[in-house]
Design a protein around this ligand. Sequence first.
Ligand code: GLN
Length: 308
Amino acid sequence: SVIPDYLTEALGDVVSDTSGEPAGYIPELAAADPERLGAAFATVQGEVYGAGDIDTEFTIQSISKPFAYALALADRGFDPVLAKVGVEPSGEAFNQISLEGDTGRPLNPMINAGAITTHTLVGSDDLKPAERVERVIDGLSAFAGRPLRTDEAVCVSEMEHAHRNLAIAHMLRGHDILTEDPRTVVDGYTRQCSVRVTARDLAMMAATLANRGVNPLSGERVVPEPVVRQVLSVMFTCGMYDAAGDWATQVGIPAKSGVAGGLIGALPGQIGIATFSPRLDRHGNSVRGVSLFERFSSDMGLHLMGTP
Ligand code: GLN
């Protein structure tokens, strides 16, 4: 196939770009090798093509958010989730302490306020916090098609510096959007973010969204089709935080970034794409990842609003 050669060439073109910095606010992430670089495509038929570091594990971070949202919608139904988390783009940074004026509802599930709330909506109401984390990790694993595990060092490192997320969780508790102990909730959310994945896993997780919720390799239906439509819509409008508008116009693919340097895109009915490169721009999105997606989109005419 010509795809691995194409990917190798694309990586070669961005490798000289050393701008940006790995996330600094989680000390364990700042220690990551910033030169890592990989890209993978996974088709809805289950083929994976890749180049570079596609089997290196790193933490999923915010890329867990759309998948946890999918699990919450599948487990609870739409109305209970929408009652607690909106679907409006915030135009703000991922960790902004921003809640809807009178209700206290987080604007969307892709920013931390919404994702912390969404974490508590996975599984049934009677789950204990540890059981809920288990349900989240099992669900992420089903999207990936292999068992995933957490990175304890990254999790502990983030919890030691989780003051912003704790502040957000206390605000949410004050508005009764959260009904549990804020620290316990942030601990569970941080565990969710510390799940280890490779670019290959992320491409397969994105391909499961592209494949209407069925994992192309295992054949397992992970979430129902209407849930996938909801998740991809929210990724399209909110997945890149305060760069979501630039992304929607220039790349035009539902996407999600994470502060460990991962980035995914899902093209309905076609492919899941993942890139990995730890240096981030000022929005917290991978610098080389954004360049790669811009190139993939224009080379292959992937923009969803483009005319085929
Ligand atoms: N765990 C990180 C946080 O909550 C995830 C942020 C991200 O990947 N953008 O701050």
